[in-house]
Design a protein around this ligand. Structure first.
Ligand code: GAL
Length: 476
């Protein structure tokens, strides 16, 4: 009896459940689908990823120092950096890629640039010129970089638009000691000694000067060092301001020596980039390479077994001798890498990156791997792993003159581009390209001056103009 009652209840319950389910299904089918909730209605806030993009040409075999710096910055600040590396030494491709982004109104949060007029070329690409870039003068004061000589020469008409992260030297020559020993050549200290060494090596079928055509810049770089040796620092600064006469004899003199050296390049020089030119000298397939001390950084990072030594302290186990370019002793041809920050929605993050990079902490991380020296003299020599960089600290301290490298910052980008290409043509076609080279130098000087005048700017400040030169267009 009791069992029969329970069974009746169970059956009744099942019937009720089935009816309810059927009703619900019927109602659901009859209804339009419920709208999906918009993604923004979440109640718990999601943490925003702080990320910036940094445009640079430190790619490939040149990536080590920048990657190390970025990794430390992200670790210390939590800000991610997307490194967009446009390959091509000296920025042969990157500079115009950045200018194009700026012109399109889509600048990166931060970008690599040289101190010198080069940065004004970026101003020229924006509607409000320098106003479209963060004025970093107060940040420079805060981190102490403005108290250093490097910080001072990065001023444009008294303002800092890019924070310097190092000091490279452009007037260097790397020599394969084994080749010199084999042919009984003493490391050259004058242009005549260099020319004599090259005559000897050429006669023996050994490439003497290994410069690279594929990424253009080491060719103009070589002409520039010869010009510095024959013209001296004052005329060199006049060239930077477009104030030198194109008829100055130093231009012809430098060009004639350049042609002699270009005649000793390896036959395939047009296929080499600067890193492969360095490799040739390291491998003993050529005697000399003229470049900045990023080549020292490259050897340190990529060929750790190769022993480098400064010309003033040549040791028996030395493989590569590093020396001032013959005839430029006592001059520091400066290449100063810096970070510029266009104004934009993330300008604060861009400034934070530039500030970290240019600080003592950032420079201590970056420079030992880069081949350059830190801009803060008080960082001392102990932060470097190799003797050549320690020697460079002394070389800079005792230098009698400092100039800005024409190939790396001292020219407006359009002027630079025209000289870069013409110098390669000159090395290729020699006498046949000579008159067109002189025409280009004259046009370059004229345009350089015109662009300076148009900008109204100058290097340094009214109190301390760079190299004591206050150009006529400076308003002080
Ligand atoms: C220079 C730059 C150096 C190094 C070199 C070769 O213009 O200042 O840091 O990158 O080009 O790419």
């Amino acid at each position: 009896m009791r069992l029969g009652k329970v069974a009746t209840w169970v059956i009744a319950l099942i019937v009720i459940v089935v009816v309810v389910i059927a009703a619900v299904v019927a109602i659901m089918l009859a209804r339009p689908p419920a709208p999906t909730a918009p993604a923004t209605t979440t109640t718990s806030p999601t943490p925003t990823v702080r990320k910036i993009s940094f445009y640079t040409w430190w790619a490939g075999l040149e990536r080590f120092a920048i990657d190390y710096l970025i990794a430390n910055f992200t670790k210390d600040t939590g800000i991610q950096v997307e490194k967009t590396a446009v390959p091509g030494g000296a920025g042969v491709n990157a500079k115009f890629a950045i200018i194009a982004l700026i012109m399109a109104g889509k600048p990166p949060e931060a970008f690599q640039v040289h101190c010198g007029p080069e940065i004004i070329s970026y101003f020229m690409a924006t509607p409000h010129k320098a106003e479209d870039f963060a004025d970093l003068t107060s940040v420079g004061k805060e981190i102490g970089i403005l108290d250093t000589p490097v910080g001072q020469v990065c001023l444009l008409s008294g303002k800092l638009y890019a924070l310097p992260v190092n000091l490279h030297r452009a007037n260097l020559i790397l020599m394969n000691k084994h080749i010199l020993d084999q042919y009984g050549i003493t490391p050259p200290r004058t242009l005549d000694e260099l020319l004599a060494a090259c005559d000897k090596l050429k006669a023996a079928g050994v490439p003497c000067m290994v410069q690279a055509g594929a990424d253009l810049f080491t060719v103009l770089h070589l002409w520039e060092q010869i010009f510095l040796a024959v013209a001296g620092p004052q005329k060199f600064v006049q060239f930077m301001y477009g104030m030198l006469s194109p008829d100055d004899p130093s231009i012809k003199q430098a060009t004639e020596i350049f042609l002699k050296l270009a005649d000793t390049f390896p036959p395939d020089w047009m296929a080499l980039d600067w890193t492969s030119a360095v490799a040739r000298v390291v491998d003993g397939k050529g005697a000399f390479h003229v470049d900045g001390d990023w080549a020292v950084g490259l050897i340190f990072n990529v060929y750790p077994k190769v022993k480098m030594c400064p010309i003033d302290a040549i040791t028996p186990d030395c493989d590569i001798i590093v020396a001032p370019f013959p005839g430029t002793q006592g001059i520091y041809n400066m290449v100063i890498d810096a970070v510029g920050v266009p104004k934009g929605p993330n300008v604060d993050l861009g400034i934070q990156f530039a500030k970290y990079f240019a600080s003592r902490q950032g420079q201590k991380i970056f420079n030992p791997y880069k081949g350059s020296i830190a801009a803060y003299p008080d960082l001392g020599k102990d932060i470097y792993f190799i003797d050549v960089q320690k020697w460079e600290v002394d070389e800079y301290a005792r230098s009698k003159a400092q100039v800005f490298s024409l190939t790396h910052g001292a020219l407006f980008s359009d002027v630079w581009d025209m000289l870069l290409k013409k110098a390669v043509e000159l090395a290729q076609y020699k006498q046949a390209a000579l008159s067109s080279w002189y025409d280009t130098v004259a046009k370059a000087l004229q345009l350089e001056r015109q662009l300076w005048e148009q900008s109204g700017m100058f290097i340094g400040s009214c109190d301390k103009p760079f190299a004591g030169v206050l150009p006529p267009w400076a308003k002080c």
